[in-house]
Design a protein around this ligand. Structure first.
Ligand code: UD1
Ligand code: MG
Length: 488
């Protein structure tokens, strides 16, 4: 007997019940694909080889399973056929072959260790991980003999009512003696309700050859198979529970753990306190003694010790915050390095920037990093004071100790220790406020009569014109008469 181990991860199934354009095993739990969860878990066993069985055209699954060797199962003819498709890679392999399903992502390495130990202990051809789910539904049933050995696995659709009444189910995880594997696989037929090659049939085949088979029992939550979106949500919830428990065991305080969502790779240092409704996206590392009060969203961020983040802060990929940085409410940081002691306590956007030690970023400060075509960098030195509501138009460099006046739009570099103002000059009108108030208090000016008078004047105008004409006529008449008299 050898201790060497090969792992086969079956992931060629289309997962039709997910109703998705994406292969089932690429759906994510705690921001990590199901197949990656399985790969991470098996790596703890230090296997000699890890082989993932994928379907044709599933290049994205092959990419995701980067560290595994890839085998293509040309046609999905059942789990037995999926194992058979790895024959070329495993011919002559005499160690343990551990078969897992890509859609059973919560399995623990400890359980895998137990099933391997069971197979070796019994010198069994096959040892299976069993479970007792709340609803056995479509799971295969484990038929156990009086002596506790495993006799057969019967798929629910093919079982008798008595067999379906068995509560011990097949999780799908099994350890198989590599020396027996392909001879057992070759004996599988398709005489069943699905006309598929059932891997599960190898148990009855082994027993018929006088070989031993055994089983262990695992917690049903751990070996939950994800076949639908509803089951994906159950797996997510279960895994979140596990991540929170692990973080708390490592010395992190969650005031309302059930409201905090973590990623599989989230790291939080001890004595950090995470308030309610905080979401950790992928790739977040938090130092020790960090406070994250409530309602924050972090992804791709690295945070030093004793920083304070939020409430209501958003840290996006590339946010690197040194020790003692304070980020307050409605502050967004992206692709920026904030040195020790930097404070940005209210309403700011810091993007594509570096900020030196102890610099104070005032409320409403915006790094204008995007000109509609390209992103530009803002370099801010140490001990800089940026007044409220400053727009820093990148590319821009602000030297150490500089001050930026509140309300400024800064478009040119600012040397060290300089004061930069970039805003309209203030105008002061003496006593104007008082005069305005007096006028306002006097009430509105009576505009109506004025308007009426104007209207009347406008009406009167044509009449006046008429009278001018009349007057002119009269004057002409008079003049004509006068000159006539003179001529007489
Ligand atoms: C299987 C088991 C059942 C067990 C259940 C646990 C068989 C016959 N049945 O049923 O006893 O209770 O898992 O979840 O094994 N796959 C391939 N190629 C194929 C078919 C499947 O790679 O041709 C892969 C799938 O991608 C999946 C895994 O094998 O990761 C299981 O396949 P699935 O169709 O989900 O099997 P179940 O019906 O759930
Ligand atoms: Mg399944």
């Amino acid at each position: 007997m050898t201790d060497s181990l090969a792992v086969l991860i079956l992931a060629a199934g289309k997962g039709t019940r997910m109703k998705s354009a994406r292969p089932k095993v690429l759906h994510r739990i705690a921001n990590q694909s199901m197949i990656q969860h399985v790969i991470d878990t098996v790596m703890a066993l230090k296997p000699e080889r890890v082989i993932a069985v994928v379907g044709p055209g599933m290049d994205d699954v092959a990419d995701e399973a980067g560290s595994a060797e890839i085998v293509i199962q040309q046609e999905q003819r059942g789990t037995g056929d999926a194992v058979a498709s790895a024959r070329r890679l495993l011919t002559g392999f005499e160690g343990d072959v551990l078969v897992l399903y890509g859609d059973t992502p919560l399995i623990r390495s400890m359980t895998l260790g137990r099933v391997l130990a069971e197979r070796r202990h019994r010198n069994a051809a096959v040892a299976v991980v069993g479970m007792r789910p709340h609803d056995p539904g479509a799971y295969g049933r484990l038929v156990v003999a009086a002596d506790g050995s495993l006799e057969a696995i019967i798929e629910a659709a093919d079982g008798t009512p008595e067999q379906r009444a068995i509560t011990l189910c097949n999780s799908g995880v099994m350890a198989i003696d590599g020396k027996e594997l392909f001879s057992l696989i070759d004996a599988i037929g398709t005489n069943n309700s699905k006309n598929e090659y059932y891997l599960t049939d190898i148990v009855a085949i082994a027993r018929s050859r006088g070989l031993a088979c055994g089983q262990i029992e695992a917690d049903a939550h751990e070996v939950l198979g994800v076949n639908s979106r509803a089951e994906l949500a159950v797996a997510e919830s279960e895994f979140q529970h596990r991540l929170r428990a692990k973080a708390m065991a490592n010395g992190v305080t969650f005031t309302a753990p059930e409201t905090v969502f973590l990623s599989a790779d989230t790291t939080i240092g001890r004595d950090s306190v995470v308030g309610p409704f905080v979401v950790f996206g992928p790739d977040v590392t938090i130092g020790e003694g960090v406070e994250i009060p409530a309602f924050c969203h972090l992804a791709g961020a690295t945070i030093g010790d004793h920083a304070i983040i939020g409430p209501f802060a958003r840290l996006r990929p590339g946010a690197v915050l040194a020790d003692n940085v304070h980020i307050g409410n409605f502050v967004e940081v992206k692709n920026s390095a904030l040195a020790e002691g930097v404070k940005a306590n209210h309403l700011a956007y810091i993007g594509d920037s570096s900020v030196g030690t102890r610099t104070n970023v005032g409320a409403g400060t915006i790094t204008c990093n995007y000109d509609g075509i390209a992103k530009h960098k803002t370099v801010i030195g140490a001990d800089v004071f940026i007044g409220t509501n400053a727009s820093l138009v990148a590319p821009l460099t602000i030297g150490d100790g500089a001050m930026i006046a509140a309300g400024s739009v800064i478009t040119a570099d600012v040397p060290a220790d300089a004061l930069a103002l970039g805003r309209g000059r203030q105008v002061v009108k003496k006593a104007r406020a008082k005069a305005w108030r007096a006028k306002a208090k006097a009430g509105p000016v009576k505009k109506k009569p004025k308007v009426k008078a104007k209207a009347e004047a406008a009406k009167a105008k044509p009449a006046a014109k008429k009278s001018v004409k009349k007057v002119a006529k009269k004057v002409i008449k008079k003049a004509v008469k006068k000159s006539a008299k003179k001529r007489r």
